[in-house]
Design a protein. Structure first.
Length: 368
């Protein structure tokens, strides 16, 4: 098994994914649920909402998932070179990630993705030796599973699944934490049905990509992606526009929009992946952003912490006071700030603080 070559595109994709995830999360961190569902007022807020729906929602967590799967293979290669048994260490890492996910969901943001990744990471472990072809076939098989999950979600919503009331976020930290503690189980169910199958498919695709040196410019997978790009654009953009136009109610049009998500989001994610690979061949990130990409756990968690200081009653208290256009700008600025802070801390200490904590949970005292 040959040693992996670190491609700068990996850090660029993580950087883009962190910005995209922050943009989507800020909608739910900064606005009451009724404002999210009822739609914006004013052309600037309407344009910002449309941009988030079409270009961001559901796309960047798939890029993050793809790199999560890529990292599984990189860990396997590293363990094989050192002659170590990866299984105990890997499973402890997933357990540590689950613990951090629960804490993040309760203390920062119920829309946490770390716990879901820990579960999916454990599920992918028995498949780690599969061939790239087998992994891709299973990844494609997640598309109909995603449709079923979204249909079930629509049924639950139609049956009166209660919408979360997140106004407690505007109050003090204690009230917000109590809200998150009671709300997280239902939010987790939503995330499992809405994101789980597609995220698992992207993880499988990332694992297959690492097995085939996908990030090499002349790899078969990357060449195929280039050939598929026109079709992905021709089909993906209109589907995502339809998705953005779908109403948020119990109509058949709303159900159709929800089901379109299973195809529309992966198509545009693949377009982004191709574009970021193209940029990665031509662009060198500043060292601070490269270090942030290598310590994405800290950058992701720091986004929510900073958002709490912006919107929470224990901070500036801007919850519900900012329109969608300002939220979009705030989200991008916050994501960049989180990455700069993460890169600075990693430059000083060698790793981000949460990477150090996860390493401690994985290796014990030996990981210090």
């Amino acid at each position: 098994m040959h040693a992996p070559i670190r491609n700068t595109s990996v850090d660029l994709i993580r950087t883009a994914a962190l910005v995209g995830i922050c943009v989507v999360n800020f909608t739910f961190l900064g606005l009451p649920i009724e404002a999210v569902l009822s739609g914006p007022s004013g052309p600037a807020n309407q344009l910002a909402t449309a941009l988030v729906h079409v270009l961001f929602e559901g796309k960047f967590f798939l890029l993050f998932s793809f790199l999560f799967g890529w990292g599984v293979q990189i860990q396997m290669q590293s363990a094989a070179r050192s002659g170590q048994d990866l299984a105990p260490r890997y499973l402890r890492r997933m357990a540590g990630l689950a613990v951090l996910g629960v804490l993040h969901a309760v203390l920062v943001f119920t829309g946490d993705i770390l716990f879901l990744y820990a579960v999916l990471g454990a599920l992918v472990w028995p498949l780690r030796q599969w061939s790239p072809r087998g992994l891709i076939r299973l990844a494609l098989g997640m598309l109909p599973v995603a449709v079923l999950g979204l249909a079930l979600l629509a049924i639950l919503i139609g049956a009166g699944l209660p919408e979360p009331e997140n106004r407690a976020l505007a109050e003090g930290f204690r009230a917000a934490t109590q809200y998150r503690l009671t709300e997280w189980p239902s939010t987790l169910l939503f995330l499992i049905l809405f994101q789980g199958p597609l995220a698992f498919g992207a993880i499988l695709a990332g694992l297959a990509a690492a097995k085939t040196d996908f990030f090499r410019a002349d790899s078969p997978g990357r060449l195929w992606l280039g050939r598929a790009l026109p079709w992905l654009l021709v089909l993906g953009l209109p589907l995502n526009l339809l998705l953005a136009m779908a109403p948020v109610d119990d109509s058949l049009f709303a159900l159709g929009g929800l089901l379109i998500f299973a195809l529309a989001a992966p198509m545009l994610s693949a377009v982004y992946l191709h574009g970021l690979l193209w940029l990665g061949d031509r662009l060198n990130l500043p060292p601070v952003l490269t270090r942030s990409g290598q310590n994405s756990l800290t950058a992701y968690l720091l986004q929510g912490i900073l958002a709490g200081l912006i919107f929470g009653g224990h901070g500036l208290g801007l919850f519900g006071q900012v329109g969608q256009a300002a939220l979009l700008a705030l989200a991008i600025a916050t994501a960049l700030l989180a990455m700069v802070l993460t890169g600075a801390m990693a430059g000083r200490w060698g790793r981000g603080p949460f990477e150090q904590l996860l390493r401690r949970l994985t290796y014990g005292r030996a990981g210090v």
